[in-house]
Design a protein around this ligand. Sequence first.
Ligand code: GLY
Length: 368
Amino acid sequence: MIEKETLRKKIDAAFAFAGEQLRCLVETCPDYFPMYTTGGKWKHTGEAWTNWCEGFLGGQLWILYERTGGEWFHDRAEHYSRLIEHRKTDRNVHDLGFLFWSTWKRWYDLTGDAAANRVVIEAGQTLALRFQEKGQYLRSFVADESLFIDIMMNVGIIFYAAQQTDDDNLWRIATRHCLTTRRYLVRGDGSTAHEGIFDAATGEFLRQSTHQGWRGDSSWARGLAWALYGFGTAYRFTGDPRFLRTAEICALYYIENTPAHGVPPNDWTEPDPKLPYESSAAAIAASGLFNLARLTGAPAQAWLYRDYALQIVDTLTGPEFLANETPGWEGILKHGMYHQKKGLGVDESVMWGDYFFLEALSKAVKHV
Ligand code: GLY
């Protein structure tokens, strides 16, 4: 049983620590967009694989501004958001939701600035250009025939752009993408595949595959966390009960297959994983579960999701995960994982882990 007063103190301490780490990062490496640490240090020459993380620094600064009202955070949040504005027309990645929801959408929500909203809308319109009519999905950055589960976290920005501009075609694209992902990447037990491979010429679905998980038929934890959160967002926009059900079976898979502390390994089905934790998946799941608790109409489910999310936050704000007792560590949350097979960001801090951790904290604080 979590003691609420104690958890509140842990959350306050985590926010204070995050503010210090971010200030240090921004002052020592100005205008640098880190992705993952190496030996706890943000600046290194390690490969990126793809460029999807440039919104998470600005996003963390917006969250800190929202919490503290500090002018420095506001100024830096705007600055790091402006640095990525040109990416609103980037057609090379499937990640424009990650980039712009965390930055310009937060900016708009906090200020009501119509110019910021136009940037978010344009990013959503650009992302929709990845839609493959044959196959009915938004293609991943890898190839035309590739669909990633991760795109469920980005498709929300297309629903948003559709809503804001009254564009039926954008709405159709976003809806069809979610239905295709649900059909081919989410399994009956609530587990998810990382990637679907299609015949780009005919649109026929061929097989499940993976890059960051163990193998094609396995359950990569972060991918499932993206699905849990992303299908919840799709339901929030559409009210389509199929998307809520999908988010909920993913949530139950997560809860049933993860140790009681709430942090999964990189892949649930990998035998004898070398490392016990993928903390960024836990941070994403916690934030998504807080959303689901609000979205589900069933009080018992709401209680389960909220309670489990608080358990994750309790674990992640402890000394095993929060880096505040690890001298010289530059990230906020330890034991994250980027790409195990490529050896990138293995047992390190990762920018999205820190971002979703802070997002989860700002939701948790309302319940303690
Ligand atoms: N590219 C998204 C992820 O690594 O989860």
